[in-house]
Every structure is written in C-alpha cells, then in structure tokens.
Write a protein that binds this ligand. Structure first.
Ligand SMILES: Nc1nc2c(ncn2[C@@H]2O[C@H](COP(=O)(O)OP(=O)(O)OP(=O)(O)O)[C@@H](O)[C@H]2O)c(=O)[nH]1
Ligand SMILES: [Mg+2]
Ligand SMILES: [Zn+2]
Length: 359
C-alpha cells in the first residue's frame, strides 16, 4: 500500500524529515488495544511496541499514539514487528477528558477528515447529546456530519432531522437505515482515496452496522442481542481503522458511555453561536444568564425564540470547560511551584557548599 493511500501528505512529510534522516519509516496506526498496536506502512502491516525511551519521555496519555496516528518506526520486516520511536503531529484529533477526577486528554481517533456522529432514531435520540458530540467534534478539527440511523424504527424521521438541523448549523444531517441499507449514499461524498472518516456515538446506535454496509460484508461484529437486553454492553471493544474496497478509510470506535469535553471552547462557540450572539447583547459583560437585569438570553427564552433546554445544555457544557481550564491551570501552577521548590532547594544546597568551601 502506498503512503498516500493511507492519508500521507505534505503536512506529515515536513514533520517526518528528522526521522527520515535517522532511517526510520512512517507508518499509520490502524489498531490499538491496551497498549498494543498494529500499524500499516509501505511494507504492509506490523505489530508495534513503543520504545522504552518514548515511554520514558512521554508524560501525558494524549501524547501516546492512537488509531489514525502517524508514527516513526524502525522495523524488523522478517518478524513483522516494529518499534515506535516518535509520534508525528496530528492534523486533527477527537479528544475527550479521561473519565474521573484527572484532567488528562484521551485521544479517541486522530487525523480524521470527517467525523460521523451517529445517533439512533429510537430511544437513543437526544438533542442535548448531539450538541455535546458536535461541540467536541468542532474542537477536533475534523468536519462533523450527523447520521440519524434506524430510520426504519421512526415514522417521524423527517421531523427529527429538522430538529437536529435547527441545532447543528454548518453540519450536514442525514437519516438512514443501516440494517435496511437505505440512505447510505449520503456518506459517499465524504469517502475518497486517502481520506479518513470516523464513526462516533453511543453503544448500540449502529456504527459497526453502517461500516459493514459500506464494506458490503459482515466484517465487524455487531450486536445481535435485543436492544433492551444489551444495554450498557459494548459490542465493539477496540478502535480500528478499516480500508474500504473503493479506497478511503473508516475508523470504528466502541460506544462511549460518557463524553466529557476537551478543548478550549472553540467548539461551544460554533455549536451555540445563537446563544453567544444573544449573550453579547446582555447588559453585563459577565452575565450568567440566570436572572440578571437586561439579560438578552433570558429575554429570548421569554419570547420563545430560544429553547430553555438548549440554554441548559450550553451552560452545562460551559461549566465543564471552565472546570477543565481551572483544573489545568491548577495543575500547571502546581508543576511550576514544584519546579521552583527544586530550584530554590538546589540554590540553598549550592550556597551551603560554597560556605563550607570558604571555611
Ligand atoms: N432497526 C434497526 N436496527 C439497526 C440499524 N442499524 C443497526 N441496528 C441494530 O442495532 C444494534 C447495534 O448495532 P451495532 O452496529 O453493533 O452498534 P454499535 O454502534 O457498533 O455499538 P458498539 O459497538 O457497542 O458501540 C444491532 O442489533 C443492529 O442490528 C437500523 O438501521 N435499524
Ligand atoms: Mg460497534
Ligand atoms: Zn445574559
């Protein structure tokens, strides 16, 4: 396979120069499962491991390779194995906050051109969840497209589509039925040789079923248990990049139970540009849009031009971003403080040493 078919281009070529000089080759991560990698390059597929030095020098989960990443490797072609020495910068990355108290970045998929946000038109349908996915998708640098799957189960699919369109400015919205193979042509304009699309969404929405339909084969395992009985169980358990027969690549991911935001609020501005525009008209610059006088956002709710649930969703996401930013500042301050503590300790030790020498 040629690198260009795998998505290689000038951006990666530029960053690869120092590694080429060290005789490393470039490969793309196509599977990752608990620290074990499978990568693909001009020489085919290789089982990869991270070099000890890379592991030692990498202090942050988000800096480890993930599916879709380009890496610099040294390979042992006879054994089909390779060692990963470095990670090339990402053109785009879909990231979320690692669940729990930490403020670490979890990169779900990297170097994606289009991110398909899949939502089921059954009990899974939830506008607020779509807003959350869209926010993270705009942060990623990839282009989001919303797929409302299981249209066969929803007589009001067109109505749902309109509802989603009203909250998803700039992103395409399509209804489809993967199991009945209807509406899949909406995906075709996004699939090209050398381009990568990723599928994201809750468990059971039909991500793997859609990919199988695109492949024209039952390559990926899909949930065969009845919907209610399978709640909370993930059928896809690891992330994987798959080559389509027509060229182009798709990344399948396991459903996410919880999608916590990651980024710097650019996504929120994009998804909630209506609220941001209203907020700029509030009397107070630091208006929280609760019950302050002269609040243009509350005014819009009163005259029914803004849905209070949408405002709720906006405020919740905003709070998460603020929390994330505060925690990151705290962490940065703590690191800085620890650094100064070490420096001042060193200088104290040095002074003591000098004093002893003078005596
Ligand atoms: N009625 C209907 N069922 C569908 C459709 N697409 C998928 N399903 C069913 O939904 C269930 C879940 O599909 P999967 O493709 O495994 O879902 P997934 O999003 O990959 O789930 P995880 O891998 O757990 O994240 C399966 O039983 C599918 O047969 C559809 O268009 N209509
Ligand atoms: Mg799946
Ligand atoms: Zn306000």
């Amino acid at each position: 396979m040629q690198l260009i078919e795998l998505g290689w281009g000038p951006f990666f070529e530029d960053h690869f120069v120092p590694y080429r000089n060290q005789s490393f080759s470039a490969m793309r991560i196509i599977r990752e499962n608990r620290g074990k990698y499978l990568a693909c390059g001009e020489g085919g597929e290789f089982k990869c491991e991270i070099s000890g030095r890379f592991r030692f020098e990498t202090d942050n989960k988000g800096k480890f390779p993930t599916v879709g990443d380009w890496v610099a490797v040294s390979s042992l072609p006879d054994e089909g194995k390779a060692i990963i020495h470095a990670l090339l910068p990402r053109k785009s990355a879909f990231s979320r906050k690692v669940a729990g108290q930490t403020t670490e970045e979890h990169v779900v998929a990297a170097n994606i051109d289009v991110v398909f946000i899949v939502c089921g038109l059954d009990l899974n349908f939830n506008l607020r969840r779509i807003e959350r996915y869209l926010t993270v998708a705009w942060e990623s640098g990839a282009w989001p497209v919303i797929l409302l799957n299981k249209a066969d189960l929803c007589p009001e699919a067109d109505l749902r589509k309109e509802e989603v369109e009203s909250i998803a400015l700039g992103a395409g919205v399509h209804t489809l039925s993967a199991s009945e193979k209807k509406g899949l042509e909406a995906l075709t304009p996004h699939i090209h040789v050398g381009k990568t699309v990723a599928f994201l969404g809750s468990s059971g929405v039909g991500k793997s079923t859609i990919i199988n339909a695109l492949l024209g084969a039952d390559r990926l395992k899909v949930n065969t248990v009845s919907e209610l009985g399978s709640r909370g169980r993930h059928t896809t358990t690891f992330r994987e990049l798959i080559f389509l027969p027509s060229g182009g690549m798709v990344i399948d991911t396991p459903g996410m139970r919880e999608l916590q935001v990651w980024g710097d609020e650019e996504g929120i501005k994009r998804v909630f540009d209506d609220i941001e525009a209203l907020a700029s008209k509030c009397r107070f610059g630091d208006c929280r849009h609760e019950n302050e006088p002269g609040c243009a956002v509350q005014e819009a709710i009163k005259n029914k031009s803004l849905n209070p649930k949408r405002l709720e969703s906006f405020l919740k996401l905003k709070k998460e971003f603020t929390y994330l930013a505060d925690r990151q500042t705290m962490k940065a301050n703590a690191i800085e403080k620890a650094r100064w503590k070490t420096i001042s300790q060193l200088s104290r030790d040095l002074k003591k040493k000098e004093a002893r020498i003078k005596i």
